[in-house]
Design a protein. Structure first.
Length: 406
């Protein structure tokens, strides 16, 4: 198969391929960018594989960065764009199910492609748009099939994360996992415990953000992969609830985690423990808590000005999407109207701050924060107007009252 219309990003990188070829080596576009082009999807990173060894690439190009030279990867800088170029390689045994004991550079494209995870990711394209398909990737793309390259069990023993990647691509592309590949995942699911949580986390979130997460979730439950993920070992019923709420599309990390927390019926503390076990960033944990709190307020129909203010526009919408899916959401326009009517949208909009209070005679300390919080609430409740004159007058009055009490 030969592509007649080559995407612009490939055209921009063609001089790199041709320069490697002019030096007497083979060079191809490989992996996800080729797959997504064939599927008509937007492409992101361009990966190039070559028969040239890293030292030879560094001789061909003047501007390079050793981004992963021990694994054969050198970044070539061209007109401000970085292209990762990786030498064809084979890998030895994998004693820890994560990393090869040894990487060997080779001159053969076939040897390189056969070590890849899935047939749809083992495609290459030359500078003329000719597709190299040695493992049936094109037919699997046409049939919407996720299939391991070669013997699935061997691929998963090389890197157990490939099992989660298979589930993730099933979700992202709305493809079915081929029977033997799925069976190999069932047999090797315990190997997921060998993988760093951070790596599993990335694939899990991508699965939930996919266009057909029910595909990935179904396989996640069916293969019992959940048993080997942080704090999910006993959560099959909650995950089943999550699956039954499909179709649903998560747009952000916090929406994914709030969705999971809601379906698992977790308490606030349980949610924090779950997210920490999955190595989530503090910001993600805080945002998730806000989404869950707002979700509960929608369920009890107790949406206050304070909660609207603390949650913020984006997270309000995020929570309401979940609520709508669960059957108790509000009309989006109704919520947004209430939010837009708030006299304050964030703390920075308050026309009074700590420096202002100290200029009025307040001493530094906890009392400053307490007063600002009180002023903020009065503004939200409409009892004070948000202008410097009124807020400072209130602060002076409170200061005078405090002095009289003393």
């Amino acid at each position: 198969m030969r592509l007649t219309k080559i995407p612009q990003k490939f055209k921009e990188a063609l001089p790199i391929l041709k320069k490697i070829q002019e030096a007497g080596f083979e060079a191809y576009f490989v992996g996800g960018s080729v797959r997504d082009t064939l599927l008509g999807l937007e492409i992101h990173d361009i990966d190039i594989a070559t028969s040239a060894y890293p030292a030879e690439i560094k001789q061909i190009f003047s501007k390079t960065v050793d981004t992963g030279i021990e694994h054969g990867t050198v970044m070539v800088l061209d007109h401000g764009i970085g292209y990762e170029i990786t030498t064809f390689r084979t890998e030895s045994t994998y004693q820890d199910y994560r990393r090869p004991d040894k990487v060997e550079f080779v001159r053969s494209l076939a040897e390189d492609l056969k070590r890849r995870d899935l047939t749809i990711n083992a495609l290459a394209m030359d500078s003329n748009g000719q597709i190299v398909d040695l493992f049936g990737g094109l037919s699997d793309l046409d049939a919407h099939i996720i299939r391991a390259v070669g013997i699935a069990q061997e691929r998963f023993h090389e890197d157990a994360l490939r099992m989660m990647r298979a589930l993730r691509f099933s979700s992202q592309l709305d493809f079915k996992i081929e029977k033997q590949t799925l069976q190999a995942i069932v047999q090797n699911a315990p190997l997921l415990e060998k993988i760093a949580v951070e790596r599993i986390h990335v694939e899990w979130i991508k699965l939930l953000k996919g266009k057909a997460p029910s595909q990935g979730l179904q396989a996640f439950i069916e293969t019992k992969m959940y048993r080997y993920c942080p704090l999910l070992e006993t959560k099959k019923q909650g995950l089943q609830t999550m699956l039954e709420m499909q179709p649903f599309s998560c747009q952000s990390d916090e929406q994914c985690w709030a969705y999971l927390s809601f379906c698992l019926n977790l308490t606030k503390q349980d949610t924090v423990e779950l997210l920490r076990a999955w190595k989530c960033a503090n910001e993600t944990i805080q945002k998730t808590q806000k989404v869950i709190a707002f979700l509960q307020s929608l369920k009890t129909e107790n949406v206050t000005k304070r909660l609207l203010f603390e949650t913020g526009k984006d997270l309000i919408s995020c929570a309401n999407q979940l609520a709508l899916q669960a059957g108790f959401g509000w009309k989006e326009e109704q919520l947004m109207t209430q939010y837009e009517l708030l006299p304050l949208k964030n703390k920075k909009q308050l026309c009074l701050n700590g420096k202002d209070l100290m200029a009025l005679g307040y001493q530094p300390g906890p009392s400053l924060g307490e007063l600002l919080a009180r002023v903020e609430q009065l503004v939200l409740d409409g009892q004070l107007k948000n202008n410097s004159r009124d807020l400072e007058a209130y602060a002076i009055e409170q200061l005078s009252m405090n002095e009289r009490v003393k």
